[in-house]
Each structure stands twice: as structure tokens, then as C-alpha cells.
Design a protein around this ligand. Structure first.
Ligand SMILES: [Zn+2]
Ligand SMILES: [Zn+2]
Length: 385
């Protein structure tokens, strides 16, 4: 399933574009500080290249489902079983062999004089980022291929930043913080602290902090990048919208939900005008708004918003996309809070099944869902407490 054809999905050039954090869910680990007028840029963190995992995906890690039984969309072979890319292409449209994809990307790199790094993490069919195992494998292979270069090499910096963002999405937060912190330090030195790349890396680093529940520290960084990013033109820069939305997520994490909601409304108003209501970025804001409303006890309102977002994401991203599953989890929570335990349990059961397939059993988010489901089940009529 692709995003609406009439509403083309345009993702700005990768390296200069910040990541918008998906709706948040869980915690982890520590870091150090340094002070000035500006938030601390972690200069002294030693780079720890993430642990390598075997490239060939072990058969038992494939969680084959009927939708996985298809052919690689590049070589058209079904052996070894190809992996779901996890972008908006679902089922047979999104199956790849990692090796085929990596070779294709390398070939694209060699044909063009100006490299488009977005190929390393964005599907060229649906123009949405890859997710899950395929994205992680690509990130590792890319980083390996440039690791020996000097630390300030632009491609190496971009590959490291992509790796940090992948680790963050995989909930390997301490590692993500180390990698992104190091990239931020090098970019601050080489490009300057106000360069667009430096700011987006700061945003990504702060996003990793938010996921570790270090919201106060992250808030300082988001406010700094927004300050530097001050709009020059009439329409705010794409990154301004992303920074603002991530700041809102960080305020939400500190229970400052009214201010978060106000920021999100500003972003949503612009997203609706410029990208439209079907764009994944717009829907992402709607999901965050639903969370803010729920946080303020407005569960019915939040439920309606989450249900609307879920329907759109199911169409645009697919029902098992990680963002769609996150929204379904928000919806389940709203229902649970309104004592609709049976419906909440149904939704969480689906979320859990999807996350097991897409993220794996061991992923922190999968386990958090399992806990929610167990808790919800214990509240059903006729169940022991
Ligand atoms: Zn293939
Ligand atoms: Zn795709």
C-alpha cells in the first residue's frame, strides 16, 4: 500500500533532515554533562561501534508469516526467505534480500555524482523509511564500509548518524546516545554548532535522551535548536516543525501536556496546509495530540483522534508498520482508561502479535506491550486480580 498518489510524500534530503520521534513508550541508561549558554554537546564520549550481528538473517529470526512467503522484489528468488522492509510497502511488495538491496544502493551510489544518502534508509518505491531488521542491517553494512575513514568524513558522519537513529528505534538507547553524541561533537567542530546537520543531530541525540526519560536535558537541547533554527522565510523550515513536535514529546514526558498540545496544534495546522491529512508526518502529530489529551484525562477525545489516525496509517503505512502499531497501542490505552477492557485487550493482542513479527520477541517495546496486555487481562470481569 502506498501513500496517496495525489499527495506525494516528499522527504527532504536525508542528511539535513531531523528525525521525528514516534510516539514514545519506554526507558533506560545514563550520560555526562558540560555547561555554557548552550546545551552540553557530549564531546568526550568514546565512540562504540555497535556490536555486529550476522548479516544473513538466521532462519529462526524470520518469524515467517504468510505475508513473508514471497520473492525478493529485486532478484525474484524466494530462497533464502526475503525480509519485510517494514516501510509502507507491505507483504509481497516490501520483501527484499539484504544483499540484493545493499548491492542496488551501492550501484545507485556509483552511477550518480552526488550521492543521495537517503537510499540507505528510504524505500525508493514508497519513499518511506525502512524499519526493523532490514534497516538495521543496512545501517551496519553502510557504517562498516566507511568506518576506516577519518572521523570528520561527511559520509562516515552520515552513516554514523543513521546508525545512531537505528539503534534508537531498536531501543538500544545507551548505544544510540553514544553514537549520536559523538557525531554531534564532530559536526559542531567541523561544520559549526549552527549548521543544519549539527542541529538535526542534536535533535536526534535529544530524542534518544527522551526515550531514556531524561526529559529535562532533552528539553534544553530542543529549545536550543529551535532558537537557532528561527524561521527566515514565512513558512517554517521542515526541521522547525520536527524540532517543535519533538519538544512537545519531551514536554509530554514531563507531564506538561497543555503546553505540548499547544505546540502540536501549531505544527498540525501547518502540516495540514502543506502536506495534507494523509501524510505520515501529519498523522504522527495527530497521534501525539491524542497522547497529550489522554495525559490530561480527556480519554474519549483522545480515543476518537487515535482511531482516526489508526485508520489512515493502516491505509498509508500498512497495518503492521511500527507507527501504526504504536497508534493502536495508544487507542488501547484510551479504551482501557475508560474501562473498555475487552476492546483494549483485543487491540493490545493485535499489537503484540504485530510487534513480535516486526520487532521480535526480545524488543523492549514488544515486552512492554506484553505487560500491558497481561495487566489488561487481569482487569477483565471474571479474572482474578
Ligand atoms: Zn534478492
Ligand atoms: Zn516501500
Amino acid at each position: 500500500m502506498r501513500p496517496n498518489k495525489h499527495q506525494p510524500v516528499v522527504f527532504p534530503p536525508a542528511a539535513a533532515t531531523a528525525r521525528e520521534s514516534p510516539p514514545q513508550e519506554r526507558p533506560q541508561a545514563p550520560r555526562k554533562e558540560q555547561a555554557r549558554g548552550m546545551p552540553a554537546c557530549p564531546a568526550a564520549i568514546t565512540e562504540a561501534p555497535p556490536k555486529k550481528q550476522a548479516r544473513g538473517v538466521p532462519a529462526d529470526d524470520l518469524h515467517c508469516t504468510p505475508s513473508d512467503l514471497g520473492v525478493c522484489c529485486l532478484c525474484l528468488e524466494d530462497s533464502p526467505p526475503p525480509v519485510q522492509a517494514g516501510c509502507a510497502c507491505r507483504a509481497a511488495a516490501g520483501l527484499w534480500h539484504f544483499d540484493c538491496l545493499f548491492r542496488a544502493v551501492k550501484a545507485c551510489f556509483e552511477r550518480k555524482r552526488k550521492r543521495n544518502y537517503a537510499w540507505m534508509f528510504t524505500c525508493q518505491t514508497c519513499e518511506q523509511p525502512f524499519t526493523g531488521r532490514l534497516r538495521m542491517q543496512l545501517a551496519e553494512a553502510w557504517f562498516d564500509s566507511v568506518h576506516a575513514r577519518p572521523e570528520d568524513d561527511m559520509e562516515r558522519l552520515t552513516a554514523a548518524k543513521n546508525m545512531g537513529n537505528c539503534l534508537c528505534r531498536e531501543a538500544r538507547l545507551a548505544e544510540a546516545g553514544d553514537v549520536l553524541g559523538r557525531v554531534w561533537a564532530v559536526e559542531s567542530r567541523v561544520l559549526g554548532p549552527e549548521h543544519q546537520h549539527t542541529l538535526t543531530t542534536a535533535n536526534d541525540y535529544a530524542t534518544a535522551l527522551v526515550k531514556q526519560k531524561k526529559n529535562a536535558e532533552a528539553e534544553e537541547i530542543f529549545r536550543h535548536v529551535l532558537e537557532v533554527q528561527r524561521p527566515v522565510q514565512e513558512l517554517p523550515h521542515e526541521n522547525t516543525l520536527i524540532f517543535k513536535s519533538n519538544l512537545a514529546g519531551c514536554l509530554y514526558g514531563q507531564q506538561k501536556c497543555a503546553e505540548a498540545e499547544r505546540l502540536l496544534r501549531e505544527v498540525l495546522e501547518i502540516r495540514m496546509r502543506t502536506a495534507g491529512g494523509q501524510h505520515p508526518a501529519t498523522i504522527g502529530i495527530v497521534c501525539k495530540m491524542a497522547q497529550c489529551m489522554a495525559c490530561q484525562g480527556r480519554y474519549a477525545e483522545a480515543e476518537a483522534l487515535a482511531a482516526e489516525a489508526l485508520a489512515t496509517q493502516g491505509r498509508v503505512l500498512g497495518v503492521e508498520h511500527p507507527d501504526t502499531l504504536s497508534t493502536k497501542s495508544i487507542l488501547a490505552k484510551c479504551m482501557y482508561k475508560q474501562q473498555k477492557h475487552v476492546q483494549a485487550q483485543e487491540h493490545w493482542t493485535e499489537v503484540l502479535a504485530g510487534r513480535k513479527r516486526v520487532l521480535g520477541d526480545a524488543h523492549a517495546v514488544t515486552q512492554a506491550t506484553a505487560r500491558n496486555l497481561a495487566h489488561c487481562f487481569s482487569k477483565r470481569p471474571g479474572q482474578a486480580e
